[in-house]
Design a protein around this ligand. Structure first.
Ligand SMILES: *Cc1c(COP(=O)(O)O)cnc(C)c1O
Length: 395
C-alpha cells in the first residue's frame, strides 16, 4: 500500500487538538473575567521551600538528578507513606520520582498495557487518563460514578455493579483517583474495599492517583487502596508536590509500588524525560517531612474558599454538589435555562464575568449528564468572593 504523501498527525494524537482548558483560559484573558477554570493555584508555595529551591540552584544543583530521583527524596516519600498509611516501600527500587504525576500516569500506562488492553476508570475522570491509555494503544472503559442525593448536597458514589460489569478478559488496569478530580469525591473505606475485591478477583493492577491526598476537608480522611489486604503487590500509588505545596509548575511527582511494577514504569519513564527537577527534588526532600503542618494551613484556606463558592453558587441558583476534597465544586446549571455545559461556559464570561470548565471535558460516556460545570476554588479569597458577587448579580 502506498502511503499518501501528505503529512498528517499519527492516529494516536489525531483529534486531541486544543482542549477546552486552552479555550477557557484564552476567554478569561480576552474578557478579563475571573478565572475559576483551570486548577492553577493563585496562592504561592511555602516561603522556606521556595528559598531552598533558589539556594539549590545557586549552589549548583542544576544537572541531571539520578534517573530514579534523588535518594533523599525517595527516602522522604517512603517515610511519608509509612507515617501516613503504614505502608513500607524500599526507597531503592520501590519509589520512583517522576516529572509530575502526569508522567507517572503516562509511564505506568505505557508500562502496563499492550495494544488492545482495557483500562477501567471512573467517569468523569482527569483528562490525562483517556489520553494516556490512547498513547499506550489501550482502550479506556468508563464506569460512571452514581449521583447520591442522600446528603445535604448531591455527591457521587461508587456503583459496584457497574464496575463489575465493566471488567472483561482484556482488562489490565483499574485507574483510581481519590480524592477525585473533577468531583471532589473521597472514596470511602467501603467503596475502596469493594474496588479492591474486584481487582483481586480479576487480577487487575491498580494505578491510583492521589495528588489531592492532603486536601480533604471537614475532618474527612483520605485512604489508600494499597493498604487493603492483597493490594500492595498489585498497586502503583502516584502523588505529586504540585497540589500539596501550591507548586504546580515544578512538576515533581512520584510513584510507589512493588519493585517489579516500579521497574517497568521506570523503563518507560527513562525515555520520556529520563529525569528532571534537580533543585526542586532537593528542596522537596526536606519539605515532605513537615508536610502536615503546611497542609493543615492550606486546607483551612481552601475549605473557606470552597464554602464561599458553594454558598455563592447556591445563591446564584447554580446548584452546587458536595466537594469533600481537592480544588473543585461541581454545579448544576439547569436553573439558568441551560442544559449544555459547553455553551454555558462559552457564554458565562460575557454574561457574568466568570470562567468555569464544562464537566463534559472529563466525561467519556455519550449519555453522561451535560448540565454539570466545574468551578475551581484554589484561588485568592478575593477572586472567589469577586466571582460569587458577579454570579449572584448576573441571575
Ligand atoms: C493536577 C492533577 C494531576 C497532575 O499532576 P502533576 O504533578 O502536575 O503532573 C494528576 N492527576 C490529577 C487528578 C490532577 O488533578
Amino acid at each position: 500500500m502506498v502511503r499518501e504523501n501528505v503529512w498528517g498527525p499519527a492516529a494516536r494524537v489525531r483529534g486531541m487538538g486544543t482542549s477546552v482548558f486552552t479555550e477557557m483560559t484564552e476567554l478569561a484573558r480576552s474578557t478579563g473575567a475571573v478565572n475559576l477554570g483551570q486548577g492553577v493555584p493563585e496562592l504561592d508555595g511555602p516561603a522556606p521551600l521556595l528559598r531552598e529551591v533558589a539556594d539549590a540552584v545557586l549552589a549548583g544543583g542544576n544537572q541531571y538528578p539520578p534517573a530514579h530521583g534523588f535518594p533523599a527524596l525517595r527516602e522522604a516519600v517512603a517515610a511519608h507513606q509509612r507515617r501516613r498509611y503504614g505502608l513500607d516501600y524500599t526507597p531503592q527500587g520501590e519509589v520512583l520520582v517522576t516529572t509530575g504525576a502526569t508522567e507517572a500516569l503516562a509511564a505506568a500506562l505505557l508500562a502496563l498495557c499492550d495494544p488492545g488492553d482495557e483500562v477501567i476508570a471512573f467517569d468523569p475522570c482527569y483528562d490525562a487518563y483517556p489520553a494516556g491509555a490512547r498513547l499506550a494503544g489501550a482502550h479506556l472503559v468508563p464506569v460512571p460514578l452514581a449521583e447520591d442525593t442522600t446528603g445535604r448536597a448531591t455527591g457521587f458514589v461508587l456503583d459496584a455493579d457497574a464496575l463489575r460489569s465493566a471488567v472483561t478478559p482484556r482488562t489490565r488496569v483499574l485507574l483510581l483517583n481519590t480524592p477525585h478530580n473533577p468531583t471532589g469525591k473521597v472514596f470511602t473505606a467501603d467503596e475502596l474495599a469493594a474496588v479492591a475485591e474486584v481487582c483481586r478477583e480479576h487480577d487487575l493492577t491498580v494505578v491510583t492517583d492521589e495528588v489531592y491526598e492532603h486536601l480533604v476537608y471537614d475532618g474527612g480522611e483520605h485512604r489508600t487502596i494499597a493498604a487493603l489486604p492483597g493490594m500492595r503487590e498489585r498497586t502503583l500509588t502516584i502523588s505529586s508536590a504540585g497540589k500539596t505545596f501550591n507548586v504546580t509548575g515544578w512538576k515533581v511527582g512520584w510513584v510507589c509500588g512493588p519493585a517489579d511494577l516500579v521497574a517497568a514504569v521506570g523503563s518507560a519513564k527513562q525515555f520520556l524525560t529520563y529525569a528532571s527537577g534537580t533543585p526542586y527534588q532537593e528542596a522537596l526532600a526536606r519539605a515532605l517531612g513537615g508536610v502536615e503542618a503546611w497542609a493543615a494551613e492550606l486546607r483551612t484556606t481552601l475549605r473557606r474558599n470552597r464554602d464561599v463558592l458553594s454558598e455563592g453558587l447556591a445563591r446564584a441558583g447554580l446548584r452546587p454538589y458536595r466537594a469533600e476534597a481537592g480544588y473543585f465544586v461541581q454545579a448544576d446549571i439547569r436553573a439558568w435555562g441551560h442544559a449544555d455545559g459547553v455553551r454555558f461556559c462559552r457564554e458565562l464570561p460575557l454574561r457574568a464575568g466568570v470562567v468555569a470548565i464544562p464537566t463534559s471535558a472529563f466525561q467519556l460516556r455519550p449519555d453522561a449528564p451535560s448540565y454539570l460545570v466545574r468551578f475551581s476554588f484554589c484561588k485568592r479569597e478575593k477572586s472567589v468572593a469577586e466571582a460569587v458577587e458577579k454570579l449572584v448579580s448576573a441571575v
